[in-house]
Design a protein around this ligand. Structure first.
Ligand SMILES: Cc1cc2nc3c(=O)[nH]c(=O)nc-3n(C[C@H](O)[C@H](O)[C@H](O)COP(=O)(O)O)c2cc1C
Length: 219
């Protein structure tokens, strides 16, 4: 029927047909856009323990808190996957190691960062410091103003608080936007083999994770 009309008064009726299809497609697009918007609200949370220990308690802590970030998509990395030569200005003349570039890419692609620092002799582990030195040569603002939670834990009562303070003071000079920090003493009393033991502490972790989620995105 329609085809006949189109043949006689061609343009008008052809257009009506097309507009119907057009609106249908727009409607479907609107539905699919909604789904895309929901996905894009997920925040990619780069997460790691600043330690190269295979059984790092800091990696466990960082991972646990990352899972508590509302709308967070946890992206857990391990410093052992970023082995690179010990930084020196002479080695830098040969170029930046690929592992350092990969590490920096993880930062740039994240919406937020969670690091838990192991303390070695009152400061960063050599593994973390080496990566930091290399990536600071790619771009001075290493952390790209990403919202960041910093934590530290140790088996003892000090909770690696010394390295945490060093990070809290030092990282903002390298473009870190620190939105929360927490030292966790006596790791073994908080975490067991089956996961979290101390529920009160877990409430604090949940509040900390919410701080990261609420932090404004600066880029
Ligand atoms: C070389 C070395 C130095 C350490 N220095 C400290 C320290 O200064 N303060 C501290 O609280 N713990 C210190 N520890 C103990 C660490 O807190 C403990 O090994 C912890 O498990 C490290 O975290 P990780 O398991 O995430 O690597 C040291 C351990 C090593 C191996």
């Amino acid at each position: 029927m329609f085809i006949l009309y189109i043949f006689i008064e061609g343009r008008t009726y052809a257009c009506v047909g097309k507009f119907y299809g057009f609106f249908l497609r727009m409607y479907k697009l609107a539905l699919s856009t909604t789904v895309i918007d929901q996905t894009s609200e997920m925040k990619r949370i780069l997460t790691f323990g600043a330690s190269s220990s295979l059984k790092s308690i800091n990696k466990r802590l960082a991972h646990h808190v990352a899972t508590l970030v509302p709308d967070g998509e946890v992206h857990l990395i391990d410093l052992n996957d970023f082995e690179m030569p010990i930084y020196s200005i002479d080695r830098e003349a040969d170029g930046i190691p690929a592992a350092a570039l990969r590490f920096k890419k993880h930062i740039d692609e994240s919406d937020g960062i969670i690091i838990s620092f192991a303390e070695h002799n009152g400061t960063y582990t050599a593994a973390f410091k080496n990566i930091l030195d290399w990536i600071s040569r790619i771009e001075r603002k290493v952390w790209a103003e990403k919202p960041m939670l910093i934590m530290a834990t140790s088996p003892g009562g000090n909770g690696a608080a010394t390295v945490l303070e060093a990070a809290a003071v030092g990282l903002p000079y390298l473009g870190a936007h620190v939105v929360g920090k927490m030292s966790v003493p006596n790791f073994g009393e908080v975490f067991g083999d089956q996961g979290i033991k101390d529920e009160q502490m877990n409430e604090k972790f949940t509040a900390l994770a919410a701080q990261l989620s609420k932090a404004p995105q600066e880029n």
